[in-house]
Structure formats: C-alpha cells, structure tokens
Design a protein around this ligand. Structure first.
Ligand SMILES: [Cu+2]
Length: 378
C-alpha cells in the first residue's frame, strides 16, 4: 500500500500536466499534432446523381430546361485540405463514419483550452497556399497571411507555403479561444488558406476546428456533455473565383459565352446565371446529395451543431431544421442566422423521429440546392 502511494506521489511529481488535470478534473494539456496537405482533388457536388430533395434524377435549374446548354458534369477540380497519418504524407488518415458529413471541408482539428495545436502542412498543389486559423493564439510566424505587417525573415515563412514545401504551424489555445459565458462547452472556429483569401477559399481550402473548455473534454478533446457533433458549412462556392478553371459546360465555355446565348427570358437574371458557376452547398453537397446515413442521429441524443458561412459577397444564410428545435445563444429556435464567415453552435435533443429537411431559408439558395436531409432514428 505504501509503495503504491509512493508511486502515485512520484507520478504526480514528474508530471505537472497530470497534476493540473487532477486539480481541474480534466484531461491534461497536450500538444495535438495534425498532418494536413493541400491536395488536388476532383469533387462531385452530386455524388449519387440524384436530387434527393425531389427524389428524382439530378437535373439543373429551370434555365437549362429552356433549350440552353446544360452542364456536362457535376465534378469540379478543387484543392482540398486532407489529413495524413504522419509526416511522410503517404497515407491518408481515414475519416471516421461520424465525420463523413464534412464532405469537401478540411479535417476536423481539435483542441482543449490549455493545449497547443501543431499542424504540419504540406502543399501538394500548384501555387502557394497557407493555413490561417480563427480564434486560437498565433504569433506572426504562424498567422498564414501575407500583408504589410512590418515582419521579415522567418516571420514570413507561414504567409504562403510554396508548392512542394512543408511548414509547421504552432497555435496555442488560451482561455479566450474557448467558450465564452453564453457558449456551450465547445465552440467551432474555421481555418482556411489566406494567401488570396477569396480565391483560396473558393478553390476549396476551408475547414473546422473545435475547441472544448478545460474540464469539459474527453481525452480525444471532444466535449463530454454531448453525444454527437455535426459541422455544417453553408457556402456559395463561386467556382469562377477558383484558382482552377473548371469547364462545367465543356471545353471553350466561359463566363463570356453567356453573352452569346442571347437575351435571357427569366426576369430573375441572377438566379439564372448563378448556377452556371456558383454552387449553393452545405459541405460541398447540393440538392440533398449528402448521404442520409452521414446525418443520422438518435432520438434523445445530445447533438451539437456547429454552423458557419463562407466569404463571398452576400454569403448570408438562414439554416432551418425541420422537425426539431435547438438552443442557440441560450434561446430556443429552429432557424439560425449566418453572416459572412460567422460561426455559431446550437444544441439539439431530437424528439421527433423521421427524415427531415435541413436547408437555407434564403429562398433562392434553397431553390439552387442548399438543402440536405437529416434522419432521427428511435
Ligand atoms: Cu443561404
């Protein structure tokens, strides 16, 4: 007995972090390392080929039904953040089933207040990209943005990582990166490439980071008072602003080709032109194309939804859950509001079993496909 007690004392003496953990009742602070590359990836906005909101084979919007050209493909070339198992960047880290719904978003980065986050970033693409995080603490050497900030030398290496190069970002997670007084036990921040913020994001470099309060985390960093977490990014992806020129209407067709089509009869001109190049997506899915299995939750589960929007003009959204309600900022609702790059958390305890719509309530976003389904099982 004496020996066991002594062993415990020695352990406490040599491990200040575990002593801190014992005092706070939380997991000890740690450095969480992620290996993330910017990869060339072909992304299909309609992977199943079906409009699962109407339950019909996928067809583009009314404009194309009037004898105009139709897209030849729903597959676009993108550059996406993808997670690898180690610094060789040879093996992709499999995405767990509960995170398949992230779609074209980057991998989930987790941290607990008190941690350090270390991201080893490899640029496998054709032009400089970076990782700029929101919320966490970074010095000028790990901000991931080039601008006239009075720095030089090694403080510039993070600004844009050259094709083929690797850079390690170090971010610490102080209290002010964790939940505030009105927040639940965890909050989401976004991260994205910021060499050219608009073009980089429309190219596809955008992802989620979840920070959990100290004392409220499981060893893996997840909040210990929820059963399931879901990230939904409402984005009007402007493919014409991507660094990669896609040709959704076949070779030779560009924005300028629109003029050659002659007058457009529909008075809702914007709505007609938008879907040529702009994708109204949730996590890269349109018209219900996110597999229902990826958004299946159970009645009575404690579900935390993290919502965010993108960077383009008028990237305003109104996510609406059918069938169930949430608590957001301490208030009850079933419609959230997102302005550009806004991030919110909402807690749901589903009580209504069924397959339900989850869509943007900006009406033309909804018409253009900003909708998925989620399922509540008994
Ligand atoms: Cu919207």
């Amino acid at each position: 007995m004496f020996i066991m007690k002594r062993a415990a004392l020695i352990l406490l003496a040599v491990s200040p972090s575990s002593r801190l953990a014992a005092q706070s009742g939380s997991v000890p602070p740690e450095t969480r390392t992620y290996f993330i590359a910017a990869d060339n990836v072909s992304w299909d906005y309609v992977p199943g080929g079906r409009d699962e909101i109407t339950g019909q084979p996928y067809a583009d919007t009314a404009f194309f039904a009037k004898g105009k050209p139709r897209p030849v493909s729903t597959v676009y070339k993108k550059v996406l953040y993808r997670e690898y198992t180690d610094s060789t960047f040879r093996t992709l880290k499999p995405r767990p089933a509960e995170w398949q719904h992230l779609g074209f978003l980057g991998p989930l980065i987790r941290g607990v207040v008190g941690d350090t986050i270390r991201v080893v970033f490899r640029n496998n693409a054709q032009r400089p990209y970076s990782i700029h995080p929101h919320g966490v603490f970074y010095q000028k050497s790990a901000e991931g943005v080039p601008y006239n900030d009075g720095t030089s030398g090694s403080d510039k290496a993070d600004d844009g990582v050259a094709p083929g190069a690797t850079f390690t970002y170090l971010w610490i997670v102080p209290d002010r990166a964790g939940p505030g007084p009105m927040d639940p036990s965890s909050v989401m921040w976004m991260y994205h490439s910021h060499v050219d913020e608009v073009r980089d994001i429309n190219t596809g470099l955008f992802g989620p980071m979840i920070i959990t309060a100290r004392g409220k985390a499981r060893p893996d960093g997840s909040p210990n008072d929820v059963d399931r977490e879901i990230v939904a990014s409402f984005m009007q992806v402007e493919e014409q602003s991507s660094w990669i020129e896609n040709k959704p209407f076949g070779p030779g067709f560009t924005m300028d080709s629109l003029g050659a089509l002659g007058p457009i009869a529909n008075p809702h001109l914007q709505q007609d032109i938008y879907p040529w190049f702009v994708k109204f997506t949730i996590n890269g899915f349109v018209h219900g194309s996110m597999p229902l299995a990826d958004l299946t939750i159970k009645k009575g589960q404690r579900v935390r939804w993290y919502l965010m929007a993108s960077t383009n003009d008028f990237d305003f959204h109104a996510p609406h859950w059918h069938g169930n309600t949430v608590v957001l900022n301490g208030m009850r609702t079933d419609v959230a509001q997102l302005a550009m790059m806004q991030m919110v958390s909402a807690d749901m305890i589903p009580d209504d079993v069924g397959t339900w719509l989850f869509h943007c309530h900006v009406s033309f976003h909804n018409e253009e496909g900003m909708a998925v389904r989620y399922r509540v099982t008994p």
